[in-house]
Design a protein around this ligand. Sequence first.
Ligand SMILES: N[C@@H](CCC(=O)N[C@@H](CS)C(=O)NCC(=O)O)C(=O)O
Length: 207
Amino acid sequence: MKLYYKPGACSMASHIILNELGVSFELDKTDTDTNTTEAGGDFLRISPNGYVPALVTNDGDIITENPAVLQYLADQSPDAGLAPANGTLARTRLQETLNFLSSELHTSFGPFFSGVELDDARRKKVDAGVQRRVTHVERSLADGRDFLLGDTFTVADAYAYVVLNWASFVGVSLDAYPKTQAYVARISARPATIKAMIAEGLMEQAA
Ligand SMILES: N[C@@H](CCC(=O)N[C@@H](CS)C(=O)NCC(=O)O)C(=O)O
């Protein structure tokens, strides 16, 4: 398999999951401004929408959109337990969560990465929009569970981790969300996460 990624972008969720699964894969770093890849490819021929992640399967099929890529990866190794079985209510809960992450939490950060300077009023509004979605994450963790769907790490946690990590990058405080902060710390300590962070150049290899 081959994952087209951008350092620290949402594609890192799939990168973490590939590491969790321990399968062999290649990475190709993508520049979504020029639509070129490190290996010399024309990214628009891979993903006409021009955004990561894009996953090329072992059969040469191309899958895009985080919820689809993440569920495809989990379904390749069902024994790893990174997604509940298809057709169960638990799987519907995973899909509900992935849709929330994609269309609500992820999207709420969009204006910070639009390349357009935010004035104070706009910034306040965007910040409040992010906080509203993080409140939902905090509520989901309120019963003391370790992960979004319960006591088991799933693909949704990799995605939530990557997006929540953007908060400190763009200067949105998570201080009001202690369970969410502890959740982010828990996922950041997983070997698969550390490996992805190092491979994407976001963390130094420990000496
Ligand atoms: N709907 C897409 C959104 C993916 C997305 O927003 N990717 C961002 C990185 S997090 C990207 O590649 N942006 C570059 C661009 O839009 O030019 C998905 O869920 O996969």
